[in-house]
Write a protein that binds this ligand. Structure first.
Ligand code: NAD
Length: 500
C-alpha cells in the first residue's frame, strides 16, 4: 500500500512514528493509501527547516520571490487536470468541481505574483523639518497552515502563496483524509525553484497540531476547519503568543423573496446545496422562503433534486460524488431521520441511495440528496452544520422574520438574497450579520483580491484570509522616522519631540 510521507527541506521525508491513518477512495470505499502521522520530533524537524530557510528567504528580493511564484503558476496551470484527479480520488468530488477548486486556488497564486505592489509601503516626506516617515511591512518568520478535507488544494493555496510571497517560510499540516493534492503542490513548488525549507509539509493529527501551536519558533497560525477545532486553535495559539486566524464552520442561509425569479433561485439552490455533496463551508444549507413563495419554490427544487446524477468523481456524467467517509455519510443520513421525527417534511429522501451502472462503487460512501421542508428551527438539522447533501427549507412570513432568523444563527459565514428588488437587496446587505453576502449569487466566495472570512462562530481572530487581510496577517508593520541633520540643527532640548 502506498504511504504518503512528509515533505521537509525540499524533499520527501519518511515518517518514523509507526502511526498511520487510512486514506480512502470514497467512491469505492477502499483504503488505497496510508498516511504517516508525525511525532513531535518530526514536527520540530519541519519547523527547524523552515526557520533555517527563513534566514535567506526573508531577505530575498521581491523579484526572486515573484519569479518562483510565476513559474509555480505556470506549473499549476499545466498540471491542473492531474491535481484535480488526485483531489477527486481522495475527496470524492467530481472532476469538474475539483478543477474549479484548483482554479480558485490559482487565483491567490496570481495575487501573490503581484506582491510587489502590495508591499510598496508608505512614505511621508517632511513631516517635520528634514524629517521623513516610512511605513514598511516585514515577514513574521515561520508560519503554519492547518487545513480541512473539503478543499485539499484550494485552502492551502489561500495561505501559503501570500505567506511566502511576503517572505515567510511555511509549514502545512493538511487534512489526514486527502493529503496527496497538497503534497503534489510541494513538488511543483520545488520544481518552480523555491529554495529548500521555504515550504514544508508535516502529515499528522492532534499530536502534530498541538506541537505546531506550542512551538516557540512558530510565529503565526492560519487554520480552516470546523468551529470547535477553530476555537481550540485560536485559544491555544493565543496562549502561546502566536498570531492566529481560525476559520470555522457555517450554516449559510439563502433568502428568497416573493419577487425572485423562482427557476433561477431553484437552480442556484441546487448548485449551492448539493455541489461537492454539500461539503463546502459556503454551501447553502438553508433556504428561507419568504411570503407565499414556499410551495412553488420547494416544488421546483424537488423536481431538480430528483434528477441529479450521482456517481464516482471520475465519471464525466456524475454531477455529485460520494461523501468523505462512511461515518460521515451515516451521520449526515441520520439528520434526515431526526428531522422527520422533529417535525420537518421530508420532500426528497436521499438516504439508502445506491449507485447504478458502477458495480465498483457498491461499497462507496454515497448518499442521495435530501430536501427537508418546514424545518423547525429547533430541529437538529437546522441547528447543526450537517456538511452533506441535505437542504433545509424554512418558511418566513416577512422579510423582517427572515432576517431575524438569519441573524439569530450562531454562524455568519456566507449568505445570499434572491430578489429583483434593489432596495430590498441593499437593505439586506447592510442588515445581515455575515462576512460574505451574495445578491442573486448563492456562494459568494470573494475573488482573490478581496478577503474571505465569516463573522461570529465562523471565524476567530481579526483578519480574514487572503486579499489585503492576508498580506496584513503575514506581515508586521514597522514605521521608520528619519532625519539627515543639517549643520544648523542640534542643540539640547529635553522636551517631548514635536513637529516644526
Ligand atoms: P476539522 O476541524 O475536523 O479538521 C481541520 C483540521 O484540523 C485538520 O487538519 C485536522 O487534522 C485538524 N484537527 C482535527 N481535529 C483536531 C483536534 N482535536 N486537535 C487538533 N487538530 C485537529 O474539519 P474538517 O472536517 O476537515 O473540515 C470540514 C469543516 O471545515 C467544516 O466545518 C467546514 O465548514 C469547515 N470549513 C470552513 C471553511 C471556512 O472558510 N470557514 C472552509 C472550508 C471548510
Amino acid at each position: 500500500m502506498k504511504t504518503i510521507n512528509h515533505w521537509i527541506g525540499g524533499k520527501p521525508v519518511e515518517g518514523i512514528s509507526g502511526r498511520f491513518s487510512p486514506v480512502y477512495n470514497p467512491a469505492t470505499g477502499a483504503q488505497e493509501k496510508q498516511l504517516a502521522l508525525a511525532t513531535v520530533d518530526e514536527v520540530d524537524t519541519a519547523v527547524g527547516a523552515a526557520k533555517a530557510a527563513f534566514e535567506s528567504w526573508g531577505q530575498s528580493s521581491l523579484a526572486k520571490r515573484t519569479a518562483v511564484l510565476f513559474k509555480f503558476r505556470e506549473l499549476l496551470d499545466a498540471h491542473r487536470d492531474e491535481i484535480a484527479a488526485l483531489i477527486s480520488a481522495e475527496h470524492g468530488k467530481v472532476h469538474s468541481d475539483a478543477l474549479g477548486e484548483v482554479a480558485r486556488g490559482m487565483e491567490i497564486v496570481e495575487l501573490a505574483c503581484g506582491i510587489s505592489a502590495q508591499l510598496k509601503g508608505e512614505l511621508s516626506t517632511q513631516v517635520s523639518t528634514r524629517v521623513d516617515v516610512a511605513s514598511i511591512r516585514q515577514p513574521l518568520g515561520v508560519v503554519v497552515g492547518i487545513t480541512p478535507f473539503n478543499f485539499p488544494a484550494m485552502v492551502p493555496m489561500w495561505m501559503f502563496p501570500l505567506a511566502i510571497a511576503c517572505g515567510n517560510t511555511f509549514v502545512l499540516k493538511p487534512s489526514e483524509k486527502d493529503p496527496s493534492a497538497s503534497y503534489r503542490l510541494a513538488e511543483l513548488l520545488a520544481q518552480a525553484g523555491l529554495p529548500d525549507g521555504v515550504f514544508n509539509i508535516v502529515q499528522g493529527d492532534k499530536v502534530a497540531v498541538d506541537r505546531l501551536l506550542e512551538h516557540p519558533d512558530v510565529a503565526a497560525v492560519s487554520f480552516v476547519g470546523s468551529t470547535p477545532i477553530a476555537k481550540y486553535i485560536q485559544l491555544k495559539a493565543v496562549e502561546n503568543d502566536k498570531r492566529v486566524q481560525a476559520l470555522g464552520g457555517a450554516k449559510n442561509h439563502m433568502l428568497v423573496l416573493p419577487d425572485a425569479d423562482l427557476d433561477f433561485a431553484a437552480d442556484q439552490a441546487i448548485n449551492a446545496a448539493y455541489g461537492s455533496a454539500g461539503e463546502r463551508c459556503m454551501a447553502v444549507s438553508v433556504v428561507v422562503a419568504v411570503g407565499d413563495t414556499g410551495d412553488e419554490l420547494v416544488g421546483r427544487i424537488a423536481e431538480r433534486a430528483r434528477n441529479l446524477r450521482i456517481g464516482p468523481g471520475d465519471d464525466p456524467a456524475s454531477e455529485m460524488g460520494p461523501l468523505i467517509t462512511r461515518e460521515h455519510r451515516d451521520k449526515v443520513a441520520s439528520y434526515v431521520a431526526s428531522a422527520a421525527e422533529q417535525g420537518a417534511e421530508v420532500v426528497v429522501d436521499g438516504t439508502g441511495y445506491t449507485v447504478e451502472d458502477h458495480p465498483e462503487c457498491a461499497e462507496g460512501f454515497f448518499l442521495g440528496v435530501s430536501l427537508l421542508d418546514k424545518v423547525p428551527v429547533t430541529a437538529d438539522a437546522y441547528q447543526d452544520e450537517i456538511f452533506g447533501p441535505v437542504l433545509c427549507v424554512v418558511r418566513a412570513e416577512t422579510y423582517e422574520d427572515a432576517i431575524k432568523l438569519i441573524n439569530d444563527s450562531r454562524w455568519g459565514n456566507g449568505t445570499a438574497i434572491f430578489t429583483r428588488d434593489g432596495g430590498a437587496a441593499r437593505r439586506f446587505q447592510l442588515e445581515v450579520q455575515a462576512g460574505m453576502v451574495g445578491v442573486n449569487v448563492p456562494i459568494p466566495v470573494p475573488v482573490g483580491y478581496h478577503s474571505f472570512g465569516g463573522w461570529k462562530d465562523s471565524l476567530f481572530g481579526d483578519l480574514h484570509i487572503y486579499g489585503n487581510d492576508g498580506v496584513a496577517f503575514y506581515t508586521q508593520g514597522k514605521v521608520i522616522t528619519t532625519r539627515w541633520p543639517d549643520p544648523a540643527d542640534g542643540g539640547i532640548n529635553l522636551g517631548f519631540p514635536s513637529n516644526s
